[in-house]
Design a protein around this ligand. Sequence first.
Ligand code: GLU
Length: 452
Amino acid sequence: MTTRSETRTALDHLLTEIEHRNPAQPEFHQAAHEVLETLAPVLAARPEYAEPGLVERLVEPERQVLFRVPWQDDQGRVRVNRGFRVEFNSALGPYKGGLRFHPSVNLGVIKFLGFEQIFKNALTGLGIGGGKGGSDFDPHGRSDAEVMRFCQSFMTELYRHIGEHTDVPAGDIGVGGREIGYLFGQYRRITNRWEAGVLTGKGAGWGGSLIRPEATGYGNVLFAAAMLRERGEDLEGQTAVVSGSGNVAIYTIEKLTALGANAVTCSDSSGYVVDEKGIDLDLLKQIKEVERGRVDSYAERRGASARFVPGGRVWEVPADLALPSATQNELDENDATALIRNGVKAVSEGANMPTTPEAVHLLQQAGVAFGPGKAANAGGVAVSALEMAQNHARTSWTSARVEEELAEIMTSIHTTCHETAERYDAPGDYVTGANIAGFERVADAMLAQGVI
Ligand code: GLU
């Protein structure tokens, strides 16, 4: 019988080995630590997981593709970016996960995202494996024509690695409806196939699912509401701080507002806006989705209730709820301390790994309900899987049906995480619950499928 402390020692060795074998990938190390540190109880309780090198296989991607992406800018100058697709785990279904276009993208970032995606996708209960991809291309300030040429060049290599039964990319930071359109067009042209299920996040008129754009933000709010319900509270009348101003932030604010909460902030890399009356979504959508502008112009156009704080972080604004919806490691110890001081009740992650490990620890110690991204933001990929289902059946569902399914999935993820945490003596610890529940589902499939 292996004890928890023996298991923990073995996991510590594995973590050291991961750092050695994957140098200069701090985000991947962080994501691996965060998961492996919570697995000791389940590995001790179920020794069959230890035998066939299961965790060792889980931290090694099944396949990693790196490629050159040359393209010409509007001045005719040749630019060269780097493309990535990490196909991490396909025990539960085709690799599934977004593409991120952002200058900070490198292999370590894509591996952290792909690793998280394995557990997130498992938690949805749907048949999707984990993967992630992207490029260090920066779409900001690029013309539509440049973005199109970049996407076409990117897909000219990527197409041979993906497919509706193999690997199904979608959007992430810097990749929205416009980019998915250009990528899909090039895939269709090269392959001569109308293979709708090869990408998700498509336009509603050509194979996309209704509610897919809203799904990550809506799902995160539903998860936060479920955590509050567990404590005998609801969203009505609560003040919320939201970071970011992209797709996740926008639809987080929309759902919070619809459920009676007051979402008072949004942000981008230049600073944040605080609006006492609650963020005016029509104005924010006009600026971000139509003009592709910055949040400072929101404050200029909104009038007296709003102000722009250059260089500031939304976490200094007093609130009952915090929903980080921008990017990794955007909420650190100092931010957590400020949130706790101001009496925050729940933090629910709309982005992937936005809270540093130290900040998570502080929040949990202070008794704040903490919803980790792999559970809280799983609504996006869940509706992607529903988009795949609609594509396979050559049908499309009403938005009411998709929203209903999304709500059921988020409630079930919350229940699974909550119950799993209790089963492993960590009541209220959604990090442990999410990691173990996701792990068990993938591990069982891997065990059944042998050493591959
Ligand atoms: N990029 C999103 C995520 O982090 C969505 C992925 C997808 O829809 O495949 O989960």
